[in-house]
Design a protein around this ligand. Structure first.
Ligand SMILES: Cc1cc2nc3c(=O)[nH]c(=O)nc-3n(C[C@H](O)[C@H](O)[C@H](O)COP(=O)(O)OP(=O)(O)OC[C@H]3O[C@@H](n4cnc5c(N)ncnc54)[C@H](O)[C@@H]3O)c2cc1C
Length: 387
């Protein structure tokens, strides 16, 4: 068995801690009237006005070059902003995917014209992205994607269906993963490419976005039917056939951040508030255990931020952070349910009942979105040399 190495995360610096103070002051004002239930939605909640305010502070596209609207700050400074936003339950969903993975992907592989046109808009909080990976018969097995882009005069003609596409009904762009060539016998990941799809244009012709209502009754994700959608030449992201390599790099960004262990943080805060300082010893032990797990995951996740900063490939470490983080998030809902005598009800007026209701309904999805538990454990096992 091989060892799985995590670098020691860099200690807090004056720069990161003064930034933390600035972010907390901003949030104290901006979130003053947000209810606990609204906070619980955090990175799933979209508020373009809030994103623009963050952008004015320079907190979107933080690590990108200034010439693309970025701010050339470190990955660890960016981490401070992310964790403070999530811990406070800020509605960061409008820019989240674009800032986390689509922007960095574009920065790395995008044609110069697309970089200049799109990145400054993301950094200004004016642009949102969705992820077109999963298909009706290929979620985990992305290599089996059947949506196909065919070279035609002046561009590419795309046909296929994507599913579970979060925010496709409101996003400005999609990064589409699809087939442009044949799957080779020796390499089942060959022949795939990525494209940038202008969703506003596509929704007017070539793409039909239909809502899928989740079990909480909310419209979050969609089915996206693509029929003879014509994309221009420069919609190709990176090199033709390099889609698999690009998408796996993108997934490291998608899996390693603090959103993978802080989705239930508001619930923990509300539970501690309800239990009060005189809670039972059983409650103190349970809360202490959850808190200690959060601190351990924060250390691992900050280590991955350090690896990204150093230009290393943390795909394996990211899979571990996401899997352990999802276990903790789902366990939080269960532990709180056993500690308090309150019926979960996401429509209740009482804050803890509402947040608990919210989490009971959303937590099952945490270990599906961004890659399922079984797939992540397969990646970890392979990385450890166990399969
Ligand atoms: C809230 C939410 C938001 C999402 N947003 C997006 C989005 O924006 N864009 C997008 O592209 N997708 C999105 N997804 C889809 C998500 O990434 C997929 O659901 C996920 O990859 C699983 O694919 P599937 O649903 O097709 O399940 P399947 O791949 O059919 O898997 C079904 C079950 O079989 C298991 N399984 C599959 N293959 C193996 C294997 N080889 N070994 C062991 N077990 C296996 C899986 O772990 C799972 O438990 C979202 C999902 C959720 C829940």
């Amino acid at each position: 068995m091989r060892a799985l190495a995590f670098a020691v995360p860099p200690p807090p610096s004056e720069a990161t801690e003064s930034l933390r103070g600035e972010v907390r002051e901003f949030l104290a004002v901006e979130l003053a009237h947000r209810t606990p239930q609204q906070r619980a939605a955090s990175w799933s909640a979209r508020d373009p006005a809030f994103s623009r305010k963050m952008a004015e502070r320079g907190w979107i596209g933080m690590t990108w070059p200034k010439k693309y609207g970025g701010h050339e700050r470190s990955a660890l400074e960016r981490y401070v902003v992310l964790e403070e936003m999530l811990a406070a339950g800020a509605p960061v969903g409008h820019h989240w995917v674009a800032d986390r993975q689509s922007g960095p992907n574009l920065l790395r592989y995008g044609p110069e014209g697309q970089r200049q046109a799109i990145l400054p808009r993301i950094a200004a909080g004016q642009c949102s992205f969705c992820i077109g990976m999963s298909e009706p018969d290929s979620g985990s097995d992305l290599g089996a994607a059947r949506t196909r882009a065919q070279r035609v005069q002046g561009g590419w003609l795309v046909n296929g269906t994507k599913v579970w596409t979060s925010g496709a009904h409101v996003a400005d762009y999609m990064i589409l993963f699809c087939r442009t060539g044949a799957r080779a016998e020796t390499d089942r990941h060959a022949g795939a490419s990525q494209f940038i799809v202008d969703m506003a244009q596509a929704r007017r012709g070539g793409v039909t976005v239909s809502p899928i209502i989740d079990m909480r009754g909310a419209h979050h994700f969609n089915e996206v039917a693509i029929r003879d959608l014509l994309l221009p030449e420069d919609a190709l992201l990176g090199a033709e056939g390099d889609g698999w390599k690009q998408v796996t790099g993108e997934l490291a960004f998608e899996r390693s951040g603090p959103e993978r262990f802080l989705s239930a943080f508001t619930l923990l805060v509300e539970a501690v508030r309800a239990l009060g300082p005189e809670g039972s010893e059983r409650a103190a032990v349970a809360v202490g255990r959850l808190t200690q797990h959060i601190m351990m995951l924060r250390r691992l996740s900050r280590s991955v931020a350090g690896m990204l900063q150093a230009g290393e490939d943390p795909a394996l470490q990211a899979a571990l952070v996401k899997d352990l983080g999802n276990v903790l998030e789902q366990e939080t809902a269960e532990v709180v349910r056993l500690l308090v005598d309150i019926e979960p009800d996401h429509e209740a007026g009482e804050p803890l009942a509402a947040v608990l209701g919210e989490l009971v309904l959303t937590a099952p999805s945490f270990s599906l979105r961004g890659g399922t538990r079984e797939i992540l454990r397969g990646i970890i096992a392979r990385g450890l040399g166990l399969r």
